[in-house]
Design a binder for this molecule. Structure first.
Ligand code: NAD
Length: 268
């Protein structure tokens, strides 16, 4: 079947990587070429986690040569190793990046890659969250500074970055709705004697970590006489894998450029 989308998953041994492998194998339109992990694995072991092969980034050239899309749900370290060792091959395929905790230099790298191929990074691939981002921007625009914005997120105990990439995306959208930059109004957590009450216009972030929570986000708009809340609860990580595959299908064959989930979902 020549029209099948040939996919390589980076972060193969992780929870998202395994969820993606299962979903790709179950879909007749998709072909799983292999995975990329910290190291190259024995063939037998790779198949036990659902991959025909898993290679270290530096050994992955043969996988990337023939692929339509790379989906990366790994770590900033693995993402950097992949780009450093396979930049030329990445230029030939659609690149979907779900890894969070990326730094400004990584964002610059993504922009650079978008000069040669289609690239779509998203801190959250759920359709519901991306709709919520658009709603947060609208709400912040309409409500203005009279409503204090606080963003609360919860994730499983193994998550290492905080606040979550999604919380920051929601914060950036709310800040854009108010016509300000998030960097100028961001406040992470609150503790002790801050010396002053809450500043007007601040956007607060609060991260809860524990158990097996897949991902929950709440944006609160707190006014004098009312409170408006936008909320999203992710029930399973397949939700993100499903969105990433939707993005990969949409992205494959597009012109070089940096795209967003808003483009995929047709949200203005
Ligand atoms: P995980 O910890 O289960 O897996 C991470 C993968 O990266 C593994 O393959 C691991 O071997 C590799 N890795 C981790 N640290 C490494 C290092 N220092 N060097 C080399 N390789 C390393 O995590 P997960 O739950 O599968 O999530 C993976 C990433 O995707 C995280 O950044 C997470 O925040 C993000 N994520 C994004 C979305 C989204 O919708 N965008 C959804 C869920 C998770």
């Amino acid at each position: 079947m020549p029209d099948r989308l040939r996919v390589v998953v980076s972060g193969a041994t992780g929870r998202m990587g395994r969820a993606l492998a299962e979903m790709i194998e179950a879909d007749d339109d998709l072909e799983l070429l292999g995975g990329i992990g910290r190291t190259s694995y024995e063939l037998g072991w790779a198949t036990t986690v659902g991959f025909p092969a898993i290679e270290a980034p530096e050994e992955a050239e043969w996988l990337l040569r023939d692929c339509s899309a790379v989906i990366d749900f790994s770590s900033p370290e693995l993402f950097r190793r992949l780009v450093a060792s396979q930049r030329a091959h990445l230029a030939h395929c659609a690149l979907v990046v779900g890894t969070t905790g990326l730094e400004q230099s990584d964002i610059d790298t993504l922009r650079d890659l978008a000069g040669t191929g289609p690239v779509l990074p998203a801190p959250n691939f759920s359709v519901g969250v991306n709709l919520m981002v658009a709603l947060a921007e609208d709400a912040a625009r309409v409500l203005g500074d009279d409503y204090d914005i606080e963003i609360v997120e919860s994730h499983h105990r193994r998550k290492i970055d905080a606040p979550s990439g999604t919380a920051l995306q929601l914060g950036r959208a709310a800040a854009a709705g108010r016509g300000v930059s998030l960097d100028d109004v961001r406040r992470d957590g609150r503790t002790g004697m801050a010396g002053e009450a809450r500043l007007r216009g601040e956007i607060g972030f609060h991260a809860v970590r524990g158990g097996d929570v897949v991902g929950e986000h709440r944006v609160m708009f707190l006014g004098e006489r009312e409170r408006i809340e936008l909320g999203h609860v992710a029930a399973t990580r397949e939700l993100f894998a499903d969105g990433a595959l939707r993005a990969a299908r949409w992205l494959t064959g597009r012109s070089p450029g940096l795209y967003t989930m808003r483009d995929v979902l047709g949200l203005a």
